[in-house]
Write a protein that binds this ligand. Structure first.
Ligand code: ADP
Ligand code: MG
Length: 458
């Protein structure tokens, strides 16, 4: 590794582990050399070496591999002469005391090569649980106990930014502490394919197979990626079956249910459905608020001088879409912006600073959606909702739908009229007013409307 590469590696590590960790643990490392796949770093004390090996060893290894270096192991040595007297006397034959917590068995070393690094923030304690994700969270927790395999695979699916990767990493972190004996491998489907293609190219298919089959817990993220990639699917299928046969736990994620992944072989779909399939629902207001409250603590620790007005988090939870990543990004930006301009975080500042995000995540609810939801709710046919029949069973839901269209869309009355079988705009206005009046007198109706509004806005 050149000095330049070492510099780049330090930069990456700073990003990956954070400022404090970096200053305490990475900065004291001195790169010594790389030979026969072993990278050596000098450390001032055995304690530090041990700690870095255990907590950042994998990280450093992956980063080096990512830079294209031919490395399969990292070690941390207290240079000869510097070693504390006690240790030096014990290790007379060696020129320095090597810190290697416990030599790893061969296949364990292999599996490290196959896995992807874990995000230190993606733990169970950082995961906020709410109605939309409680089932997925409970299933993930169960798997993380590392007990006997009861459902295999665990299949987590849901839209972008709803916490699939977070939960998978959390399982891996937890297993690392509760069951260090287990060989846990997390990687994306893309990385799986990449390794597979590499093995084919280098004629190392036997190694590849052996490596994946020696895993105790296999996690493959974003499996929709291998749809349509036939030979990768084939290999994945065999790996999958081999592990299931040995009662090894498998955890899979995707952006949709197994049956809905186009270009995925039927036999794979049906095997994926054999275990427990749980979905992460789009976040609701309460969950978004909970997540914001937990993330705001991190921000406040970073910017202790910033004042946060009451109501700002509620505003964001209301107005920002269901994707948690977007929500987090907005919060980070808001704090950075406020700190930059030296102003307290008010509703106004939030609106200013996040105008684009707020605009993008304005949910565009369509008239058709409203008509469909309302007719489902009242158990009538869509054609009757739009059609001419005037009996109360159809007329009332129709008026409710008109009311919601006025409230939740930016369509004009004539436009709404057109969507309701070409009715006149005065008819729509009458319907909207009627419901507005009834809402005041009829608690049940008011509640129905509230439920519908929530469902539509979710
Ligand atoms: P996915 O893999 O489903 O696209 P991620 O797991 O990458 O989504 O989550 C996106 C971001 O949102 C991550 O930073 C993650 O920590 C955060 N996040 C998602 N759900 C939650 C939650 N329930 N509590 C806390 N953070 C969450
Ligand atoms: Mg993900």
């Amino acid at each position: 590794m050149t000095d330049e590469q070492w510099g780049a590696l330090q930069g990456n590590l700073l990003k990956a582990v954070g400022k404090n960790n970096y200053a305490s643990w990475i900065e004291p490392l001195a790169y010594d050399g790389l030979s026969k796949g072993v990278a050596t770093f000098n450390v001032p004390t055995t304690f530090l070496g041990n700690y870095v090996q255990q907590n950042f060893g994998d990280q450093i290894l992956y980063q080096m591999m990512g830079m294209g270096l031919d490395v399969s192991r990292v070690r941390f040595m207290v240079p000869a002469g510097k070693a504390p007297a006690l240790q030096a006397s014990g290790a007379g034959t060696r020129d320095g005391s090597e810190v290697e917590a416990a030599p790893q068995p061969a296949e364990k070393r292999h599996s490290i090569v196959a896995a992807a690094p874990l995000d230190p923030k993606f733990t169970f304690s950082n995961f906020v649980v709410g109605k939309p994700n409680e089932l997925a969270h409970a299933a993930a927790k169960r798997v993380a106990e590392g007990g006997p395999v009861t459902f295999n695979p665990l299949f987590l699916y849901g839209g972008v930014g709803l916490g699939k990767t977070h939960l998978m990493h959390a399982i891996a972190w937890e297993l690392q502490t509760t069951r260090p004996d287990l060989n846990v491998v997390y990687l994306s489907a893309e990385q799986f394919m990449y390794r597979f293609v590499q093995a084919l190219r280098d004629r190392k298919m036997m190694d590849f197979k052996e490596l994946f089959r020696s895993v105790d817990v296999l996690m493959v993220d974003d499996v929709q990626f291998i749809a349509g990639k036939d030979s990768t699917q084939e290999e994945f299928f065999h790996t999958f079956n081999a592990l299931v046969d040995q009662h090894k736990q498998i955890i899979i994620s995707a952006d949709r249910a197994p049956g809905e992944i186009k270009g995925l072989e039927e036999r794979i779909k049906s095997r994926l459905q054999c275990g427990l399939v749980v979905d992460l629902h789009p976040t609701d207001y309460e969950l978004r608020l909970g997540i914001l409250q937990s993330k705001v603590e991190v921000q406040q620790a970073q910017y202790p001088e910033l004042e946060l007005d009451a109501g700002v988090l509620e505003f964001l939870a209301h107005r920002i879409s269901t994707n948690v990543r977007v929500l987090e990004g907005a919060l980070t930006r808001l704090f950075a912006f406020a700190s930059l301009v030296g102003r307290p975080i008010t509703l106004e500042l939030a609106q200013d600073c996040l105008a684009d995000v707020l605009r993008d995540s304005e949910r565009k609810i369509s008239v058709e959606e409203i008509q469909r939801k309302v007719s489902e709710h009242y158990n009538i046919r869509l054609s009757d909702m739009i059609g001419p029949k005037r009996v109360r069973t159809y007329a009332r839901p129709r008026q409710i739908a008109m009311y919601l269209c006025k409230q939740l869309t930016s369509r004009s009355l004539p436009e709404i009229g057109r969507c309701f079988g070409g009715r006149d705009h005065t008819t729509i206005m009458y319907g909207v007013r009627k419901i507005d009046d009834l809402r005041m007198q009829d608690g049940q109706l008011a509640e129905d409307i509230e439920i519908l509004r929530r469902m539509l806005e979710a």
